[in-house]
Ligand binder design. Structure first.
Ligand SMILES: C[S@@+](CC[C@H](N)C(=O)[O-])C[C@H]1O[C@@H](n2cnc3c(N)ncnc32)[C@H](O)[C@@H]1O
Length: 212
């Protein structure tokens, strides 16, 4: 009877040691091997929800004009909201030397494409892509925000831009304005016979109530 009892106790202690060892090894590995990029989900993640706008890339000439009109430079932290294949954040690092660039896209396929492009461009130390809904995102550390969405999405996003962003933050939008919030500057870029519009705003210290 006593030996049966001892056998049960020894067995219980062994199981407990094995499971403790396993769980601590798992958590150590998770902590040690989790770079910033690991925040992006794997390719097979299901979409968060349908995108609000389909993917259409901004031509490189227009990307360059957007970065130029906002005077993007090495002191900046740039966010592209709806970042597609990552061309705007990647170009901001390559051509303008920004401190950091972040792309946010709801579509996990775009995120893995963007991560592959950043890898190929050798800029993964300064670019991050996050699989998030931009309407649920916090981009308050941005000094520059770039957009290529739709007119109604820009207007829907306006209160979030004005409440999250610091006064002085620059915003550039490809092709679409911001409704009642009139741009400070505009530019046109001709690409293959089509005119692309670029709009530029600066976040004011006290936005008027009708824009918030
Ligand atoms: C017109 S593309 C612009 C891509 C890139 N910014 C460029 O200019 O080349 C719009 C992107 O927004 C993404 N998108 C749509 N709705 C979104 C949402 N709610 N949150 C985050 N991304 C979204 C789409 O998946 C798509 O990649």
């Amino acid at each position: 009877m006593i030996s049966l009892y001892r056998a049960i106790v020894i067995c219980a202690i062994s199981i407990s040691l094995i499971s403790t060892g396993c769980s601590s090894r798992t958590s150590d590995a998770t902590v040690e091997s989790a770079p910033a990029e690991a925040q992006s989900p794997p390719v097979q993640s299901p979409p968060l929800r349908s995108p609000d706008v389909v993917y259409v890339p901004t031509p490189p000439q227009v990307v360059e004009r957007m970065l130029a009109i906002a005077n993007v430079n090495q002191n900046d932290v740039l966010y592209d909201l709806g970042s597609g294949d990552g061309r705007i954040p990647i170009t901001a690092v390559q051509q303008r030397g920004v401190r950091r660039a972040v792309g946010i896209d709801i579509n996990p396929e775009r995120i893995s494409e963007a991560n592959a492009n950043a890898q190929q461009a050798g800029v993964t130390d300064r670019v991050r892509f996050l699989n998030q809904d931009l309407f649920q995102s916090n981009f308050s550390d941005a000094t520059v925000v770039t957009l290529y969405l739709l007119p109604e999405l820009n207007v829907k996003l306006r209160p979030q831009l004005l409440s999250q962003l610091k006064p002085g933050t620059r915003i550039v939008s490809h092709d679409f304005d911001m409704g009642e919030w009139k741009p400070e500057q505009t530019a046109q870029v001709e690409v293959d016979g089509r005119t692309h519009n670029v709009y530029f705003w600066t976040v004011p210290a006290n936005p008027p109530a009708n824009l918030r």
